[in-house]
Ligand binder design. Structure first.
Ligand SMILES: [Zn+2]
Length: 267
C-alpha cells in the first residue's frame, strides 16, 4: 500500500541511506547547500493530526522538515502546531490571503500580517508558501507584485526563491507522484523531463542512483496507516481529482465545485 506512514518512513530511509541530506526550506535559503539533498516540505491543507504522525517519524529518524499551516480550522490546530514545532521542525504560513480578500491587496496585506504574527507565536516564521486556491480566480502569488518578502521579515517562498532549474520538484498531489495534471497552481516549470508514479518507483531510483541529486519534495498530510481513513481518503481524492479536472474545463462545474470548496473550509 502506498501513501501510508510506513511507506513514508521507507521513502525517507532510502534517501538517508543513499547519501541525501534531508533539510527544511529555511535551511535551503540560509545555507545554499551543496551535494545531495531533499528539501522536505509539507503543506498541511487539512487533517493536521496526520501531520503530527509524519513529524514524529521524521523526528525519530533525526530529520527536520518544514510544515506550512493554513489559517482555516482544518489546518490551524494550535496544539498540533505546538507539538510539531517542539519536535524541531520548521513552521511556516501557507497563505491564501489574496483569494480570501478577492484580490484586494491592501486588505490582503492586513490579514497576511495578522496571520503571520499569529503563526510566529509558535515559531519564528521566516518562510511562507502559497496555497493553490484552485477554485479562486486570484493567484495568491500576485501578492508579491505589490510587496516583498523582506517587508515581512521573510527570507523564502518555495515558488519564488527556489532554483527549479537545478532542483527537481516532486509532489504527491492527488495520491500519485505524477498527478500533475490535477494541480492547478502548485506546479513549477520542469526542466528534468522525468516522472515517478509510486513511492516504490522513487525508492528504486534512489537506490540505483538514478534519482536527481537535489530535490524538493512536497508531501501533503494525507498519508495514513489507518486502513479505513486511507480508503475513504483515496475515494475522496479520486472524486475530487476528477471534479477538479472537469471544473477546469467547464464553467458550470467550476462554479459548483467552487461553492463546495468554499462551504467546506472553515475560518
Ligand atoms: Zn495547499
Amino acid at each position: 500500500m502506498d501513501f501510508t506512514i510506513k511507506t513514508y518512513e521507507r521513502l525517507l530511509k532510502s534517501f538517508l541511506t543513499n547519501g541525501y541530506s534531508l533539510i527544511t526550506y529555511q535551511q535551503y535559503c540560509k545555507q545554499k547547500p551543496e551535494g545531495n539533498f531533499v528539501i522536505l516540505r509539507h503543506d498541511v491543507d487539512e487533517i493536521a493530526n496526520n501531520a503530527l504522525k509524519m513529524a514524529k517519524v521524521e523526528h525519530r529518524l533525526g530529520i527536520s522538515a518544514t510544515y506550512y499551516f493554513r489559517i482555516v480550522k482544518q489546518s490551524n490546530q494550535p496544539n498540533i502546531i505546538k507539538a510539531i514545532s517542539a519536535l524541531g521542525h520548521e513552521i511556516g504560513y501557507h497563505y491564501e490571503d489574496l483569494a480570501f480578500t478577492k484580490g484586494d491587496l491592501q486588505q490582503a496585506r492586513k490579514t497576511f500580517e495578522k496571520n503571520l504574527t499569529y503563526f510566529r507565536e509558535f515559531y519564528p516564521v521566516c518562510t511562507v508558501c502559497m496555497h493553490g486556491s484552485s477554485t479562486s480566480k486570484y493567484d495568491n502569488r500576485e501578492f508579491w507584485r505589490a510587496f516583498s518578502l523582506s517587508d515581512f521579515g521573510l527570507i523564502g517562498e518555495p515558488y519564488l526563491t527556489t532554483n527549479f532549474k537545478d532542483i527537481f520538484y516532486f509532489t504527491d498531489t492527488g495520491y500519485a507522484w505524477d498527478g500533475g495534471k490535477y494541480a492547478v497552481r502548485d506546479i513549477v516549470e520542469d526542466s528534468f523531463g522525468i516522472s515517478f508514479h509510486s513511492s516504490d518507483e522513487i525508492i528504486r531510483a534512489v537506490e540505483k542512483g538514478d534519482f536527481p541529486p537535489q530535490c524538493l519534495m512536497l508531501a501533503h498530510t494525507l498519508w495514513s496507516d489507518n486502513i479505513m481513513q486511507w480508503t475513504l481518503l483515496h475515494i475522496r481524492e479520486f472524486i475530487r481529482n476528477n471534479l477538479k479536472y472537469l471544473a477546469m474545463r467547464n464553467k458550470f462545474l467550476h462554479n459548483i465545485y467552487g461553492r463546495m470548496v468554499k462551504a467546506y473550509w472553515k475560518r
